[in-house]
Design a protein around this ligand. Structure first.
Ligand code: ADP
Length: 319
């Protein structure tokens, strides 16, 4: 391939810039040109793109967000929108595409691959919910942001003998809540992958209280319910007063951790290698500490497995 494109799509995640940089530098290293496509699939439809040189991705490895911007583009789900995108790829002589995003973005990439434009998916989402990879770009940074917040909230919880409910992101996946809860020493973690029993939670809070533990941290994944709803239920059920903290979008931003930068660099480089080999319809990922590639279909038809042994451990450590 002489010219490839790169776009970021869906929710932004820290480390996407490091992935863009890796794609651009690796492609140029191998003598290819790279078009940066702005605003995800919307920019593809609109022809909003420009060549990226070595210098244009300088000074971004440490930045959160995405230099190429991101967007949700309902038009690209329609055959007409997809045809417009294909026309733009032809007009700009782009032969292959790296799509950095989540499994929704992979679906769009699969459409293009089937139309003769090989695409490779790079997993970028803080939710860590993409089947086939143990980690996604952005998860580690978001996790560290959540832990930092838990540590700060714990200071107040301890000083005032209070129970805090902290709502964390993750869409339908509980990874962020689970990892943050375990790393932050939360007393209770509520994730979508395991139905919770309010009686059990109350009993654990009370037995902790009886032992002299006067504050507690409860982490609720947004995929279960809102932190406020959970706090209301706890109040109704056992008259337990809590304070609620909804972490919100601070979890999506910030300078990527070293781990996310490394992951993004490895993934971006592998994506370019696959396109060089004329391979498309694949997603890159990390399995057992090895960079792997696998079909995108596995990514959007498979189901993400949260490590429930960690969930059990979190309960054992929070007795
Ligand atoms: P994510 O990639 O983070 O999962 P979305 O599910 O919102 O985010 O998908 C991002 C974009 O990918 C959508 O706005 C749309 O442009 C494109 N997309 C999603 N699903 C499809 C589909 N079935 N066919 C074509 N494009 C799709």
């Amino acid at each position: 391939m002489k010219r490839i494109g790169v776009l970021t799509s869906g929710g932004d995640a820290p480390g996407m810039n490091a992935a863009i940089r890796a794609v651009v530098r690796k492609a140029i290293y191998h003598g290819m040109e790279v078009m940066g496509i702005y605003n995800g699939y919307q920019g593809l439809i609109d022809g909003n793109m420009k060549p990226l040189e070595l210098g244009s991705v300088g000074d971004i490895i440490q930045r959160g967000g995405t230099k190429l911007y991101s967007a949700r583009c309902p038009e690209f789900i329609t055959p007409e929108g997809q045809q417009k995108g294909i026309q733009q790829l032809k007009a700009h002589e782009i032969e292959g595409l790296v799509v950095i995003g989540g499994d929704g973005s992979y679906r769009g990439a699969m459409v293009l691959t089937k139309q003769g434009f090989p695409c490779v998916g790079v997993p970028g989402t803080i939710d860590n919910d993409i089947p086939g990879t143990d980690y996604t770009i952005g998860f580690d940074t978001a996790l560290n942001t959540v832990i930092d917040s838990i540590d700060k909230i714990r200071d107040t919880a301890t000083s005032h003998d209070r129970t805090f409910v902290i709502e964390v992101m993750g869409r339908d996946a509980g990874d962020l809540a689970l990892w943050a809860g375990l790393a932050g020493g939360a007393e209770t973690i509520i994730i979508p992958e395991d139905p919770f029993d309010m009686k059990d939670i109350v009993q654990r809070l009370q037995s902790g209280h009886d032992r002299g533990k006067k504050h507690s941290i409860i982490i609720v994944a947004e995929g279960v319910m809102s932190g406020n709803e959970f706090a209301d239920r706890l109040k109704e059920h056992a008259n337990i007063e809590t304070r609620v903290s909804v972490l919100g979008h601070i979890q999506r931003g910030g300078s990527p951790t070293a781990r996310d930068r490394v992951l993004a660099s490895l993934f971006g480089a592998r994506a370019v290698e696959l396109l060089r080999d004329d391979k498309g319809g694949l997603a890159v990922g990390m399995k057992n500490n090895q960079v792997v590639d696998y079909t995108m279909i596995e990514a959007f038809e498979g189901s993400h497995q949260t490590d429930l042994s960690m969930y059990q451990l979190s309960k054992e450590l929070a007795i």
